[in-house]
Design a binder for this molecule. Structure first.
Ligand code: CO
Length: 208
């Protein structure tokens, strides 16, 4: 894609939106009130808004390699805090995807430089669930399962944050773990029992 084409596309999009509602952008500029915080992978094939069918203003979005929520990552922690405390979203979604290069890289032992500490977070997920994963003989199935377990563990990391614990107690915020299947286009709900996870986590990470 040529960069000039992007600006042409933008102009077409502006005209389309204004054709439907002449105050569209003026209204957008007044503020945002999204219901969902979406944390997903940076993968170019997993376009968050498009696969959910949501419009500008509907979802607060954070993307990084392999949809990670490391406890010490200032960017992810700031996004969660802002979305939960200030925007008061009702749902936090961690969305992984099959065929995730980040997860695949973490399953191999190659030295990837600056990516090593980032991928180590995924290797930690493998370690936590090594018994289940090592019992899967088919490598593709094991890879798919690690994608799912990684989503689950990142949901646990979301739940560990003070902002989400308080929002759960005060207004019943919900945490969801999803996987997008690039090969079919389907969004799969992993039906993570976040209330049980919340109770387990709050026993250890409890805040007054
Ligand atoms: Co990915």
């Amino acid at each position: 894609m040529k960069i000039e084409q992007i600006f042409k596309n933008n102009q077409t999009w502006v005209e389309e939106k204004l054709g439907i509602d002449e105050h569209y952008f003026e209204n957008l500029s007044k503020g945002q009130n999204p219901d969902i915080l979406y944390i997903g992978c940076s993968d170019s094939r997993v376009s968050a808004e498009e696969l959910m069918g949501v419009s500008p203003g509907d979802a607060f979005i954070h993307r990084n390699i392999a949809n990670m929520v490391p406890n010490t990552d200032l960017s992810a922690m700031s996004v969660i805090d802002y979305a939960v405390v200030h925007l008061k979203v009702d749902h936090v979604v961690v969305c992984g995807h099959y065929y995730c290069g980040g997860v695949q890289a973490a399953m191999k032992s190659a030295d990837l430089g600056i990516l090593n500490p980032w991928l180590r977070n995924i290797r930690d997920v493998y370690r936590i669930h090594s018994k289940e994963l090592d019992a899967i003989s088919d490598e593709d199935q094991r890879y798919r399962r690690l994608v799912e377990l990684n989503v689950q563990e990142q949901c646990v990391n979301v739940i560990k944050t003070a902002a989400v614990q308080r929002a759960f107690r005060d207004r019943g915020i919900k945490v969801h773990g999803w996987v997008f299947d690039i090969k079919t286009g389907q969004l799969v709900d992993l039906n993570i029992d976040y209330e049980r996870l919340m109770k387990d986590v709050m026993e250890i990470y409890h805040l007054d």
